[in-house]
Design a protein around this ligand. Structure first.
Ligand SMILES: Nc1ncnc2c1ncn2[C@@H]1O[C@H](COP(=O)(O)OP(=O)(O)OP(=O)(O)O)[C@@H](O)[C@H]1O
Length: 258
């Protein structure tokens, strides 16, 4: 597998802060690789994802490097981003079709008719029923799970090499969450996408990703194959995250680690 993204000694300090939110992060993400970024609230997961996509807030100081050996990555086109709240991706006053067509035409040389056909195909791909009709509907007409599926359609519309899912399932109830996780897994397999899954849920990380990076107060606590991280954790914080998941889901957590 060739390298998609190389992060070297990345340190990010927000404006007005003295303590970095992220410190000395180094890792390489291969093409087609699935990586979970795991940690407690405030450990720096979103900061890492925002740094990768190049969308840190103004005034944030960045040291270190993020290299894209295949050429600079453009948000939207080369990197798709799915937020926890689909409302962050979807415009409430535009129809789903208009939003998808806009993104498709910004990134791909499609005329309006072809873009609309492609939009319907994308909605079908993320399992929105009656995609032709759905194009004319507005975000509030869909359930939370369906809105997240539409946000995923928007994120993959530019045929990105990397999809970042930032707590994309944590606001959803368990069954709906399982459906979105299954969809992400299918898309990664079919499109050869790299996935960066930002989560505080070690079971989810292990079930979906090949490697897990554990962050603790902005630092790398541990990075390794998912199975190894969940069966032989080397960092205290990973053991804590595991302990907090010792419930009925735990046996499947170990069985499903890639
Ligand atoms: N815009 C900002 N300005 C100042 N500090 C910030 C800003 N955004 C985040 N932080 C701080 O940076 C640290 C890391 O935050 P970050 O959102 O990356 O963590 P996280 O692991 O994604 O947390 P969560 O799971 O709660 O989203 C936290 O201490 C947070 O308070």
């Amino acid at each position: 597998m060739s390298d998609l993204c190389r992060i070297e000694d990345l340190t990010v300090t927000y404006a007005g802060e003295t303590r970095p939110a992220l410190e000395a992060i180094s890792l390489t993400l291969a093409r087609g690789e699935t990586l979970a970024v795991l940690g407690e609230s405030g450990s720096g997961k979103t900061t890492l994802a925002r740094a990768v996509i190049g969308l840190l807030p103004q005034g944030a100081r960045v040291a270190g490097r993020i290299d894209w050996p295949g050429g600079a990555a453009r948000p939207g086109r080369d990197i798709g981003y799915v937020f926890q709240d689909p409302g962050a991706s979807l415009d409430p006053v535009l129809s789903i079709g208009a939003q998808l067509v806009e993104v498709l035409r910004a990134h791909r040389p499609l005329d309006r008719r072809r873009a609309r056909e492609e939009a319907a195909r994308l909605l079908a791909r993320v399992q929105i029923p009656q995609p032709e009709l759905a194009l004319a509907a507005y975000p509030h007409q869909f359930s939370g799970g369906q809105r997240q599926r539409i946000a995923i359609a928007l994120a993959i519309a530019g045929e990105p090499a990397l999809l970042i899912a930032d707590e994309a399932t944590s606001a959803l109830d368990t069954l709906v969450q399982a459906g979105i996780v299954a969809l992400l897994r299918e898309l990664v397999d079919e499109m050869g996408l790299s996935l960066m899954l930002v989560t505080h849920d070690i079971a989810l990380a292990a079930s979906l990703c090949q490697r897990i990076l554990v962050l603790d107060h902005g630092r790398m606590a541990e990075l390794g194959p998912a199975r190894q991280v969940v069966t032989q954790p080397s960092a205290a914080i990973t053991r804590q995250l595991l302990d907090s998941r010792i419930d009925l889901a735990s046996p499947s957590l170990l069985a499903r680690a890639p």
